[in-house]
Design a protein around this ligand. Structure first.
Ligand code: PRX
Length: 582
């Protein structure tokens, strides 16, 4: 066992919360007054990268550390705001030299290295739309996203390029592949036509004076899952910077001297909105750890870098709880002064646990890829109601509505909806206007979640109103998994559900029926698991596969996932009148 560390740190300063009153601020709130706290471009435009980086340099904070990075192999690097400014300028010039135009899509498929941050913000400076992808993805999700978005540039690294080499020729709109060989980690050679990131960055100019975006130009896109069809690319505009800024300040309570750590990957919207934009727009130093989850390592990061504000997910908190109550006692975590979580319901036990072992309660907040930023939050100064998502950010108007879009009274369950028009609202699903339009009803944006508002104005999450699976905070569309499974020669049909799980909230479970001539056995089941993992990623692929004779279907041939789930959980089957006869 590791000995108790004897570094004696001073207690973190008691800071007054950035938001210390709610009702008055909410009633008199105007977004225009928040907009004045940003700098805006000299020509009146708005650019997320400029607000996150350049403006701090112009205000005398060039030498402040923006990023403290620890690699998965223990490498350590750090970058000041000025260094970030130069790296992102250079990358913007790289794109300009390649002839890219405003609105072109530039995707990253990279591990969490500093270069992903340079590429994303350089892309934003160049006026292109950035699309960060999870490096855990297999070839299918990468192809689907690059194809749908018509991405012109992909920035990746040698080992990940190997993983997707067979799909690259299927993407006629993809013009350039830029390869980053971070610290010469890989010995794989560049392929013909690929661009060496280090070479072009060396040659690129340090200055980029041509940022020309307006608040309405598109900025970031993330693919998110629905019940039907492939994932859809929700895209945002630079205007989101306003809400990134104020939620960083009020919901995460970021103060100038904080050291902030967001554990989310940039492949997930939390990793861009809160692992890039919000902290840096607030001028705060962030820690970025490339490696995956390990309770010890995570506590160590908090201790060694003196993390003061920490943003993570309920699954991670449950994994820390599972690792045992003795582990945190070996580390000095006394610098943390605020911690928050998002992505799934935060169990009241997790709040109680964190009070006991970290000395602080986790503050839950709620939002989605589509909302672009935090919408409902347990603010630092407020009493937490454990299990509740909190109250609306001033300027945000949620409601609980019925199927027709009429508000239901407090205490009653309904669809969580929001009045459109908030600054970080998504602007569409790429190439799918119909789907975008279908999210609005009776003057509301319908979130797809069910919730209850109590008489004190706190919102409580009840569940999803669709078949989307939430596994470890990540949304998985059953259709995407079913489509991958039926590509296997043995599979006739597949139906995918979320099965409750004590740690990950839900795990992906697939039911499959086989084609004539294939026999159900353990070997085939394992083969199917490996097949799905290769095509998708370990996080999206089914954790369990059950081979069954036939899948329950409606008369029109739609697989009834609801019934599969009811049967799995031993619950009543509900209305089965549309069930196909056997
Ligand atoms: O179902 C809700 C759940 O995560 C969904 C949004 O997921 P995604 O678009 O991937 O966005 C991730 C950024 C947060 C929501 O529709 N969710 C999010 N926060 C909470 C939550 N469920 C319960 N409690 C939360 N605090």
């Amino acid at each position: 066992m590791q000995l108790h560390k004897t570094i004696h740190k001073t207690n973190p300063p008691i800071l007054s919360p950035n938001l210390s009153e709610y009702e008055d601020i909410r009633s008199n709130f105007e977004w225009s007054s928040i907009e004045k706290e940003l700098d805006w471009l000299p020509n009146g435009g708005l650019n997320i990268a400029y607000e996150a980086i350049d403006r701090h340099c112009l205000k005398g904070n060039s030498n402040k550390i923006a990023m403290i990075w620890e690699g998965k192999n223990g490498e350590k690097e750090q970058y000041t705001f000025e260094e970030m400014r130069i790296h992102t300028n250079k990358f913007a010039n790289v794109l300009k030299n390649l002839g890219l135009n405003k609105g072109d899509r530039v995707f990253t498929f990279l591990d969490r290295t500093p270069e992903i941050y340079f590429s994303v913000f350089g892309t934003l400076k160049a006026g292109c739309i950035t699309g960060p992808l999870f490096s855990a993805f297999g070839p299918d999700p990468v192809r689907d996203r690059l194809e749908n978005s018509g991405a012109k540039v992909l920035i990746t690294q040698p080992d990940l390029r190997e993983k997707i080499k067979d799909i690259l020729h299927e993407l006629p709109e993809l013009k350039h592949v830029i390869i980053i060989n971070k610290n010469n980690r890989s010995e794989l050679p560049l392929n013909y036509g690929e661009i060496n990131y280090h070479e072009v960055m060396n040659e690129a100019d340090n200055e980029f004076d041509e940022i020309s975006t307006t608040r309405d130009d598109y900025s970031i896109m993330h693919y998110t899952s629905g019940t039907t069809g492939k994932p859809k690319g929700a895209f945002h505009r630079h205007n989101a910077a306003i809400q990134h800024y104020i939620t960083g300040k009020w919901c995460l309570d970021l103060h100038p001297d904080d050291i902030y750590w967001c554990t989310a990957d940039p492949g997930w919207v939390t990793g861009t909105s809160y692992g890039m934009c919000a902290p840096w727009i607030n001028g705060v130093t962030q820690v970025i750890y490339e490696g995956g989850f390990s309770a010890r390592k995570w506590y160590q990061i908090i201790q060694d870098y003196n993390v003061t504000v920490w943003y993570t997910a309920p699954t991670a908190i449950r994994m820390l709880m599972k690792a045992g109550n003795e582990v945190p006692k070996n580390f000095d975590l006394s610098q943390i002064r605020f911690c928050a979580s998002v992505g799934e319901p935060l169990n009241p036990e997790a709040v109680e646990w964190s009070k006991e072992f970290l000395g602080l309660a986790f503050h839950d907040n709620w939002w989605q890829t589509e909302t672009g930023a935090i919408m409902i939050s347990n603010f630092q100064f407020m009493d937490i109601k454990p299990g509740s998502m909190g109250k609306p950010l001033p300027g945000i108007f949620p409601g609980i509505v019925d199927d027709e879009g009429n508000e239901v009274s407090d205490g009653h369950r309904g669809q969580l909806a929001v009045r459109p028009g908030w600054p970080s609202m998504f602007q569409g699903y790429w190439n799918d206007k119909e789907r975008y339009d279908s999210r609005f009803k009776n003057g509301w944006y319908i979130t797809g979640d069910e919730a209850i508002r109590d008489k004190d104005g706190y919102y409580w999450f009840v569940g999803r109103s669709d078949d989307v699976i939430n596994t470890a905070g990540h949304l998985v569309g059953p259709f995407e998994v079913e489509s991958a499974l039926i590509e296997h020669p043995a599979v006739a049909e597949a139906g995918v559900i979320g099965k409750p799980d004590p740690i990950a909230m839900e795990v992906v479970k697939a039911f499959v029926s086989l084609k004539e001539g294939f026999e159900s056995n353990d070997k085939l089941r394992r083969e199917l698991m490996a097949f799905a993992r290769n095509k998708l990623s370990a996080g999206v692929a089914p954790r369990e596969i059950e081979i069954i004779e036939t899948l329950p279907k409606t008369r029109s041939g739609k697989i009834m996932r609801r019934l599969l789930k009811a049967r799995e959980l031993g619950l009543p089957e509900g209305d089965t009148s549309t069930l196909e006869d056997d």
